[in-house]
Design a protein around this ligand. Structure first.
Ligand code: SF4
Ligand code: SF4
Length: 320
């Protein structure tokens, strides 16, 4: 039986909502089939007030084993590094985060805010938010660059805004069933099994990307969303077109550009207001090119692709 404790800092509860919608496996399966004992969770925990505080204290003292500590939301340091803006059970939340992280076998940061600071850490960052082990692209964050949990692993990051329900439950099962060693982490401490391929992998609009057939409106049944609508699918690591949302579809399949929510820079709000869903260009070439493609190559490739575009590439396609 693996004891799991889940706390929330500067968050909107989006990742909790996502977790509760998981299907393969579901949140209930974690308890009934995979031996996870949820000591407490913001929506599922039954302890309140002093009882909740006593539960956390018993994890900190070592009386109760803490196998998995999940943190959702940013670590709030305001005002002036005190963390007083986010108090929980008698002290700044960040103090609990430190104490519990030091005791846990595994620490999991869930969602963009916990992994990289997310939306709360956007400039000017009034809540002085940071992620558990990153602040945007910079390694360190609240726990510092050298932090490792008792298992020897650093914080396991599951980014996303929110993270897909099944990424959450499948990673928790791997950790709880002693297969955490199988979770090779990438440079941003994301499990590679989920985050080594691009959002574009499996997108039904790939042929339109290749032939430079562009969609200019949301939901359009043909065309790639990269050329006009700012899709970040070719630059974003996520399995959104491999592990579908609601087992049905994905943003890009449905005609909504990928916003790059699994990358540290999300939500990319250094863009000018009103330009979020517009591909940013310099002299007609997108500012952000697909990973591994340079400007010269892009111009050559897209020129040839457009010229070679077959008639069928202009046909409407069925998008789920
Ligand atoms: S819509 Fe986005 S993810 Fe799909 S092919 Fe175009 S750029 Fe790639
Ligand atoms: S399609 Fe892009 S923005 Fe949407 S959930 Fe996947 S990674 Fe995030």
């Amino acid at each position: 039986m693996a004891n799991l404790l889940w706390l929330q800092g500067g968050a909107c509860s989006g990742n909790t909502m996502s977790f509760l919608n998981a299907e393969e496996p579901s949140a209930v399966d974690l308890v009934t089939d995979f031996g996870i004992n949820i000591l407490w969770h913001p929506s599922l925990g039954v302890e309140l007030g002093d009882n909740m505080k006593a539960l956390m204290e018993s994890c900190v003292s070592g009386e109760t084993d803490l196998d998995i500590f999940v943190f959702e939301g940013s670590v709030v340091n305001a005002p002036n590094g005190t963390g007083e803006w986010n108090r929980f059970a008698g002290k700044p939340m960040k103090e609990w985060v430190r104490l519990l992280s030091d005791k846990a076998q595994f620490v999991v940061a869930l969602g963009d805010c916990a992994t990289y600071g997310g939306i709360p850490a956007m400039a000017p960052n009034p809540s002085e938010s940071e992620g558990m082990q990153f602040l945007k692209r910079e390694r360190g964050g609240f726990l510092g660059p050298d932090f490792v949990a008792k298992s020897g692993l650093p914080v396991i990051n599951i980014p996303g805004c929110p993270a897909h329900p099944d990424w959450v439950t499948q990673i928790l099962v791997a950790v709880a069933s002693g297969r955490a060693g199988d979770l090779t982490l990438d440079e941003f401490q994301r499990p590679k099994t989920f985050f080594s391929s691009f959002t574009q992998t499996g997108c039904t609009r790939n042929m339109h990307f290749a032939y430079k057939v562009s969609a200019t409106e949301f939901g359009q049944r043909k065309g790639c969303l990269f050329y006009d609508l700012g899709c970040r699918g070719p630059m974003t690591h996520s399995p959104c077109n491999r592990i579908l949302w609601n087992r049905q579809s994905s943003k890009t399949r449905a005609g909504m550009p990928c916003l790059g929510c699994t990358e540290p820079e999300f939500p990319f709000f250094d863009l000018e207001p009103g330009t979020l869903f517009k591909t940013q260009t310099v002299m007609g070439v997108p500012k952000d090119l697909p990973t591994g493609v340079d400007k010269k190559g892009y111009i050559k490739l897209t020129g040839a692709a457009k010229a070679a575009s077959p008639e069928w590439a202009e046909e409407d396609m069925f998008v789920v």
